[in-house]
Design a protein around this ligand. Structure first.
Ligand code: ATP
Ligand code: MG
Length: 262
């Protein structure tokens, strides 16, 4: 299945997900090589977030199989996926808004002093959070600030920083550049490319902007109505080609619905 010799970080075969009468995923297969960045594009409601939520253990598939680092696995929960090195930044951000930046960055993996009573080591968490944000070029006045006082883009950056800070081997990003201005989007793109350079991390990112996706991703996948309708190495496709595919699909749908009405 892989297009090169690298081992697979993740493989999904024929994933179907139904919510009652709604079929959100209708037989999706994908693979992600070690160190690869896969960009997923597609319309609203195409099933992109649902796919990510299955890969991160939040939802379980109705049918189909998943392998993580070569082992067939049924992901039971987000904690289970996390234990296997899968971290996610959700589209509907999972930050605790009333807590500080550094609390958020260490949520559920707090640094504690050694000993039977697990006192939180706030100083260590503040220092590490500041260092991590500085490393990735995210500027905030202070890591003790509550997240609710940040802009949408800054919040997104904190969520990405938290995932990156966790030693993940597979990182899933659901529209990481949504709500971001050009400068902040540029920061996150740089960060992702630097992580790739460092090695040891495979990334799936859902994206909206075709040009940005082709810039960052090694390979892109187009999803339409619960299916993968196109897949290609980024170097072998272009923004006009992708727009053309989407336009053709849209026309076919419109003609079909006109036909029904006639
Ligand atoms: N928890 C749920 N219960 C019922 N239906 C759902 C649920 N989650 C998603 N769906 C449905 O599944 C389909 C795919 O939704 P999904 O959120 O995966 O789309 P998406 O590609 O991420 O869209 P967007 O670009 O708008 O984020 C939609 O029809 C949606 O209404
Ligand atoms: Mg979505």
């Amino acid at each position: 299945m892989a297009t090169n010799e690298r081992p697979l970080a993740l493989q999904a075969q024929n994933i179907v997900k139904r919510f009652g009468a709604v079929t959100a995923l209708d037989g999706v297969s994908l693979h992600l090589a070690d160190g690869e960045i896969l960009g997923i594009l597609g319309d609203n409601g195409a099933g992109k977030s649902t796919l990510i939520k299955i890969l991160t253990g939040f939802h379980q598939q109705t049918s189909g199989e998943l392998s993580i680092h070569g082992e067939q696995t049924l992901l039971r929960s987000v904690d289970h996926a996390r234990a296997l090195g899968i971290e996610c930044v959700y589209q509907d951000l999972a930050l605790a808004n009333s807590l500080s930046i550094y609390h958020n960055m260490f949520l559920n993996r707090e640094i504690v002093y050694p000993g039977p009573i697990r006192f939180l080591n706030h100083r260590a968490m503040r220092e590490r959070a500041s260092q991590c944000l500085e490393d990735i070029g995210v500027h905030v006045p202070s890591v003790t600030m509550p997240v609710e006082r940040l802009s949408g883009g800054q919040r997104q950056a904190i969520a990405v920083a938290r995932a990156v800070n966790s030693n993940a081997r597979i990182l899933l990003l659901d529209e990481p550049l949504a709500a971001m201005g050009a400068r902040e989007a540029g920061l996150i793109i740089d960060l992702i490319l630097r992580l790739k350079e460092k090695g040891g991390l495979s990334i799936i990112m859902i994206m909206h902007n075709y040009a940005q996706t082709l810039d960052i991703a090694d390979r892109i996948m187009l999803m339409q109505r619960g299916r993968v309708t196109y897949e290609q190495q980024s170097s072998k496709t272009s923004v006009p080609e992708l727009m053309d595919i989407v336009r053709r699909e849209y026309r076919a749908l419109r003609e079909a619905s006109n036909g029904e009405r006639a």
